[in-house]
Design a protein around this ligand. Structure first.
Ligand code: G1P
Length: 297
């Protein structure tokens, strides 16, 4: 185990997006737009804010447009320059990863999150890495991954982010048990993926942000299938926790599950309200529409 700086982040973007059909028939769910940026951009920005330098995407079929999004669109830039459109040019430049700092590999079969992470092993190599699940986008002044990186600097080992869920929803997530407080976090005593109703050790759920040591890959290589008959990352983390520390950060910001239409709508409202140039418009639209619109009888 090392306490090396976290330079690389993995984004598993191979998911089919079945909860979002028909929108995701030809468009990856990660490319759906929240206000005016694709969902994946929010997640990459969060990683960058936490000091990540290299962005690794585990993609699948029909996901090539994600690679295009993180490339320079040479003709578009030339046209914008010719037309003197400096504002969009500056926005594009600000989100552009530097040359050579993105990598793409494919998860060839949908065998679960643990398998998707394992597919990144050659690109990550022998160093700790961040893992960000792109369905979940977050809103707070200080980003979730930045809070985790702060705890990691003190503890080393593995760090995961947690949030409170409705106990009735605990069976949908990875749930942890909370131990002794450490700095801005705490020791993790238990982990269980999708606990059966009534058996969860707490209502603290894993919200899709992780800092993991590379030893996880060796465990994932032989990890048996778990909940949902998939290779589960949480099961591999449980094995790793026998030899390495795991700490949790209780993230207090807002999280939106953009893999579901409801979460995605909430994200659009929240990020619209968050924008100084849009706040008043979005607020008045919500107020007006909430009195005017109801499902047709
Ligand atoms: C995955 C993880 C789970 C975590 C969740 C957060 O589950 O396995 O531990 O709580 O993401 O979204 P999935 O959503 O892939 O079922």
């Amino acid at each position: 185990m090392t306490n090396k700086k976290i330079r690389k982040a993995v984004f598993p973007v191979a998911g089919l997006g079945t909860r979002f059909l028909p929108a995701t028939k030809a468009i990856p769910k990660e490319m759906l737009t929240v206000v005016d940026k694709p969902v994946i951009q929010y997640v990459v920005d969060e990683a960058r804010e936490a000091g990540i330098e290299h962005f690794i995407f585990v993609t699948g079929r029909n996901k090539a447009v994600i690679e295009d999004h993180f490339d320079i669109q040479f003709e578009l830039n030339a046209t914008l320059r010719e037309r003197g459109k400096t504002e969009p040019l500056e926005r594009l430049a600000a989100m552009q990863p530097a040359a050579g700092t993105t990598s793409f590999t494919r998860q060839q079969e949908p065998l679960g999150l643990g398998h998707a992470v394992w597919c990144a092993r050659e690109l990550v190599g022998d160093e700790p890495f961040a893992l960000l699940l792109p369905d979940m986008i977050m809103q707070s002044r200080k980003s979730c991954m930045a809070e985790m990186a702060e705890l990691y600097e003190h503890t080393g080992g593995n760090v995961i982010a947690l949030q409170e869920c409705d106990p009735a929803e605990a069976h949908k997530y990875g749930i942890v048990g909370k131990g002794r407080d450490v700095r801005n976090g705490f020791e993790i005593t238990k982990m269980v993926e999708k606990p059966k109703p009534g058996t969860a050790p707490s209502s603290l759920y894993i919200n899709g942000r992780y800092i993991l040591q590379p030893e996880i890959f060796k465990i994932l290589a032989t990890q048996e299938r778990g909940a949902g008959n998939e290779i589960q990352l949480t099961d591999a983390m449980l094995t790793l926790a026998k030899s390495q520390p795991f700490h949790g950060v209780h993230y207090r910001g807002r999280t939106f599950d953009c893999g579901s239409p409801e979460g995605f709508i909430e994200a659009n409202i929240a990020f619209g309200l968050w924008r100084p140039d849009m706040h008043a418009h979005v607020l008045s639209a919500i107020e007006r529409l909430s009195t005017e619109v109801a499902p047709p009888q």
